[in-house]
Ligand binder design. Structure first.
Ligand code: ADP
Ligand code: MG
Length: 269
């Protein structure tokens, strides 16, 4: 196996794009699994009420399961709700349950409503006995208060972009939101990484999207492309990431390669 360098301080990475179905969750869980497989200590925070990241990581997230909702409303710490992945020794998940659907509205009337996740993450990182290397936050497909909490909690934003016709649509709105957060709530926030997903080399369109995105964001785009792959989309129904479900498949190898790039590049200034 390759050896990835481990960061000296924890890298907190928010995976965001207000479009649904672009590969946020798939990217979150597979990068997290890839890094954990290479020996990093990784925490995934599922911040989407759908709980897809929790499902893919094989952790429990029934309505009564203690979850990120309890953390956001201040009734639990991350340490009290976190679960270990059944498959990777150093991979952990804060699950999301259906209760999170109400949090967007409940947050409005809470004090420090934009800072709640950040406070919880800082406490967890400060108190963890075993140093944490990566925290990935999987966002819902919106730019509401949950996603704002994720932007305030992180240093880095990773944007997955699907290689299809409407790929760049909505991107300027996303970048504007990130800039607003940087100005008013989190001066350290940077778009560190863009990952092109669901790439199909046979279509001219996909190649056009790749060329456009590379031209606009030469620093941020990873060299690795994630191919469209049935194995990637099948894995979650077995409560698995593709890294364990079919570790030598092209999808798995591409996520391992993307993870290696992220680890090797380090946190971009
Ligand atoms: P998001 O979290 O942005 O809504 P998902 O990660 O859930 O997006 O992906 C949307 C759908 O596309 C899911 O059914 C997922 O399994 C599938 N998918 C994601 N990446 C790939 C890929 N590289 N190849 C094939 N299917 C994929
Ligand atoms: Mg998702």
């Amino acid at each position: 196996t390759q050896n990835f360098p481990l960061p000296e301080t924890p890298r907190v990475i928010t995976v965001a794009n207000q479009k649904g179905g672009v590969g946020k969750t798939t990217t979150t869980v597979n990068l997290a699994a890839a890094l954990a497989r290479q020996g990093a200590h990784v925490l995934v925070i599922d911040l989407d009420p759908q709980g897809n990241a929790s499902t893919a990581l094989g952790v429990e997230h029934r309505a009564e399961t203690p979850s990120v909702y309890d953390v956001i409303v201040g009734e639990a710490t991350i340490d009290e709700v976190v679960q270990k992945s059944p498959e990777f020794e150093r991979l952990f998940c804060v699950p999301a349950t259906i209760h999170l659907a109400g949090a967007e509205i409940e947050l409005v009337s809470l004090v420090a409503r934009e800072q709640r996740l950040r406070t919880a993450v800082e406490l967890y990182l400060a108190e963890s006995d075993d140093p944490v290397h990566y925290v990935f936050i999987d966002c819902p497909p919106s730019l509401g208060l949950l996603t704002i909490n994720a932007f305030v909690a992180a240093r880095e934003v990773l944007i997955p972009i699907q290689c299809e016709y409407y790929a760049l649509e909505g991107l300027s709105q996303l970048l504007n939101s990130i800039q607003l957060i940087e100005r008013h709530l989190n001066p350290d926030l940077r778009v560190s990484t863009i990952l092109l997903t669901m790439y199909d080399a046979r279509t001219n369109l996909a190649n056009q999207v790749v060329a456009d995105v590379r031209e606009h964001f030469p620093q941020q785009v990873l060299d690795t492309l994630i191919p469209r792959s049935v194995r990637i989309s099948e894995a979650p129904s077995y409560g698995q990431t593709v890294i364990s479900y079919d570790q030598n498949s092209p999808g798995s190898l591409s996520y391992l390669e993307a993870a290696a790039e992220i680890a090797t590049r380090g946190a971009v200034a």
